[in-house]
Design a protein around this ligand. Structure first.
Ligand SMILES: [Zn+2]
Length: 681
């Protein structure tokens, strides 16, 4: 079970449009009328009423595919991270600290475009030469094993995580993968859009072959064969909706059982060549996908396997090789898939890669410089208020039986909380970094990461581990650890206003917290118990009523259309439930917080808005964005989060207090009758 994050928007990039400084007197105002469109009726289209002014004057920067409140905060964080890394690059600060030197060297190597261009694809040539030696199916198995630690997830990937039926144990897991395009549908769907994308993809593959000296006709043939091979993998892959099912994707097999299922694929040989101990059991998300790989291992000509492996390797390293190769990759992944007109500046891209390799080394500096301890204290107060509010809510539910309530409350009380940064930092001493070999540094970093992952096998679960960096603008809930985690970087406006009133803080960071907490009780999260184990702790009647209520949300979001395409209500269900739950709980927690101070949601007015209205306005501000059409379409296919517009206009119209805060016409496009509102929490 992978972790669920709040937004999946943590690519750091971009330009500056807005200034804010944390804790100081320059803190931005939470609600600004010039950002709104007061000519729109709030009850008819709350997203445009609250954000219309900002949307109409905001242009997406050329190096971006989407721009919104989230991205603006990510940019501010990027500038802070840049200062840190530039100091390391320029050999300022503690030049005796080995980690600091690695950080500077890693970045320096990435900025050295003269060396990078001169080397072409030389850095991965030894790996390509190894692939070229492949002569029979066993050699394919050997090569796949060697490519896995380099970050090539073909045609499946291996990871170590908690066994979700016994989370005290770490287990080896195998997930379907192996596609160069973002989803199986890109290979299988019909229509002009997909034809165009497929043509661009094969043209990138052709380009990669020509770089290696192939003539045009031969390059075309290779690209076509590899595409057809990937298409067969796509056909045998589960859909994204199927992959959301924690029961279906939990298949624990002994090595013997796995070997029997896939007799052509020698798993002992595979793990030996990977350099790890042969596991006794494994957890497989899709046995039928492995059966397909087993068949293809002998049915697909060896040459196609070889071309597939080399093209995937080149794709995986294209961003850190010469500009010619990099450009081929950008033309497809940036321009065609997401509509991005120009590449991000070199320093931004190298910064992202450096973060991927040495993220906690940067994080350590980041929190020392930018994370005030007071923020953590106020945050803890809000979290505990939300927790007790949800506890009261659960105990008062009419649709849930007492026995399920008892288990739900036990799970809520056991839920762990992490704020800011990890209690111990990752040790990078085993990572080798040079100042002039960028791709090699990346290769080393991936192997380092892989070894670290594998070293968890057979050891107790490390409860202190974080799955995001402190400088990441995001948050997550881990179902197998039953914990919510908020990195330092999200504790800034427009999520968290150190000097802001309760209404805006509960509407923004309060909903983020409620969102993560209620992930523990969404359609997937509810299948895990308080310890993080998959266990059915619901009575049949409660489970049935929950399903009926959530079906309302599936249908509601299925009805939303963007760029001519429908939102997938089943794919986005968990996130939509968390948005609904987060709003619902955070609003009630706000009422409690105000009551404790002798205040109410109706007064005082700030800038002409009641606290009740400011709560919803602050929530809506978080999700305002402008998106390129290509990027919208790509996300509708692949992202488990709904588009920002519907995270607002889908969620708020399910909350009764919203109907008190703003007059909603019954014939409005987003109006929900009381019977249509899910009333889960
Ligand atoms: Zn989420």
């Amino acid at each position: 079970m992978r972790r669920k994050d709040f937004a999946l928007w943590f690519v750091l990039a971009g330009l500056a449009l807005m200034a804010s400084c944390q804790g100081g007197k320059h803190e931005e105002k939470a609600i600004m009328k010039e950002d709104m469109d007061l000519t729109v009726d709030p009850g008819t289209d709350f997203y445009r009423y609250s954000n219309g002014g900002w949307i109409s004057r905001t242009k997406i920067p050329d190096d971006k595919t989407r721009y919104g409140a989230f991205d603006i905060l990510a940019e501010e964080t990027e500038r802070k991270v840049k200062d840190i890394v530039y100091d390391a690059w320029n050999r300022k600060g503690d030049t005796t600290d080995a980690e600091w030197i690695k950080l500077g060297n890693f970045f320096a190597a990435g900025m050295d475009t003269a060396t990078i261009d001169a080397m072409g694809y030389e850095p991965i040539k030894p790996d390509l030469d190894n692939i070229a030696m492949v002569a029979k199916p066993e050699d394919v198995v050997r090569q796949l094993a060697r490519l896995c630690p380099l970050g090539c997830r073909i045609p499946f990937y291996i990871t170590v995580q908690e066994d979700s039926r016994d989370v005290t144990q770490m287990s080896l897991s195998i997930y379907q993968a192996g596609l160069g395009m973002p989803d199986r549908d890109y290979y299988l769907d019909s229509g002009a859009d997909y034809e165009r994308i497929r043509a661009a993809y094969t043209s990138m593959l052709e380009g990669f072959m020509r770089v290696q000296g192939y003539e045009e006709a031969a390059a075309k043939e290779v690209a076509r064969d590899v595409f057809e091979f990937e298409k067969r993998l796509a056909k045998g892959s589960m859909t994204r909706v199927e992959r959301r099912d924690p029961i279906r994707t939990y298949n624990k097999l002994t090595l013997e059982e796995l070997q029997k299922l896939t007799p052509n694929f020698d798993w002992s040989l595979y793990f030996q060549n990977m350099g790890i101990e042969i596991p006794k059991t494994l957890i497989v998300d899709s046995p039928s996908f492995l059966e397909l790989v087993n068949r293809e291992l002998v049915a697909t000509p060896i040459n196609v396997w070889k071309d597939y492996m080399s093209l995937q390797l080149m794709t995986d390293y294209s961003g850190v090789l010469s500009s010619e190769i990099d450009q081929l990759s950008f033309d497809f992944y940036g321009k065609t898939l997401s509509g991005q007109p120009v590449q991000r500046a070199r320093w931004k891209r190298v910064l992202s890669v450096t973060q991927g390799a040495l993220g906690e080394a940067i994080g350590r500096e980041y929190v020392a410089k930018y994370f005030p301890p007071e923020s953590k204290k106020r945050m803890e107060g809000i979290v505990e208020n939300l927790r007790s509010t949800l506890r009261e809510t659960i105990l008062g539910l009419e649709w849930m039986s007492d026995s399920t309530k008892e288990r739900a409350v036990a799970k809520l009380d056991a839920m762990g909380l992490k704020i800011g940064y990890p209690s111990k930092w990752k040790d990078y001493s085993d990572l080798t970094v040079s100042r002039d070999r960028y791709a090699l540094n990346v290769r080393n970093a991936r192997i380092f990461e892989f070894n670290e992952e594998m070293s968890k096998l057979g050891k107790p679960v490390d409860k202190e581990e974080w799955f995001m960096y402190p400088q990441t603008v995001n948050a997550y809930y881990s179902p197998t650890r039953n914990e919510i985690v908020f990195p330092a970087a999200i504790l800034q406006p427009p999520f968290f206003y150190p000097n802001g009133d309760d209404a805006v803080n509960y509407g923004a960071i309060g909903v983020v917290i409620g969102h993560e907490i209620t992930h523990g009780f969404d359609d997937q999260g509810r299948m895990y118990n308080k310890d993080g184990n998959l266990e059915n702790w619901w009575t049949d009647g409660d489970a049935l009523r929950f399903k009926e209520l959530t079906q309302l949300v599936v249908e509601q979001y299925n009805g939303f259309v963007l760029e001519g395409e429908h939102v997938n209500g089943s794919l986005t269900l968990g996130e939509n439930l968390a948005d609904y739950g987060g709003l619902s709980i955070a609003y009630r927690a706000l009422e409690k917080a105000l009551k404790a101070k002798g205040e109410s949601v109706q007064s005082p007015l700030i800038d002409g808005f009641t606290p009740q209205q400011r709560f919803f306005l602050a929530y809506s501000k978080v999700w305002r964005n402008v998106v390129r059409p290509e990027e919208s379409k790509r996300r509708l296919k692949t992202d488990v989060h709904s588009p920002g517009e519907f995270r607002v206009n889908g969620a708020v119209y399910n909350i009764p207090a919203f109907y008190e805060a703003f007059k909603v016409p019954e014939d409005g496009p987003y109006y929900r009758t009381p019977a249509q509102r899910p009333t889960i929490w």
